[in-house]
Design a protein around this ligand. Structure first.
Ligand SMILES: [Zn+2]
Length: 77
């Protein structure tokens, strides 16, 4: 019962960008990334996704609330 190490010296996480094991503590300024490079890459990916606006913003979900023309004042061109 003494073999319970519930206090790990350093928390190891996987870099979200490259999947490499890296330390998650104050010594790693780029945590949870393994390096500033991966951190930058990940941000770039997010930005890239941000530019891709979904073409179908869940219109199908609204089928049950579909109302004849009257409520579409906002974006009705
Ligand atoms: Zn990495």
């Amino acid at each position: 019962m003494a073999s319970e190490d519930k206090v790990p010296a350093a928390r190891i996480v996987r870099c979200p960008s490259c999947g490499k094991s890296t330390r998650y503590d104050q010594s790693n300024a780029d945590r949870p990334f393994c390096s500033s490079r991966c951190k930058t890459m990940d941000i770039a990916q997010w930005a890239d996704e941000g530019y891709r606006i979904p073409t179908k913003p869940g219109i199908d979900d609204d089928s049950e609330f579909e109302v004849p023309g009257r409520f579409n004042e906002e974006e009705d061109d």
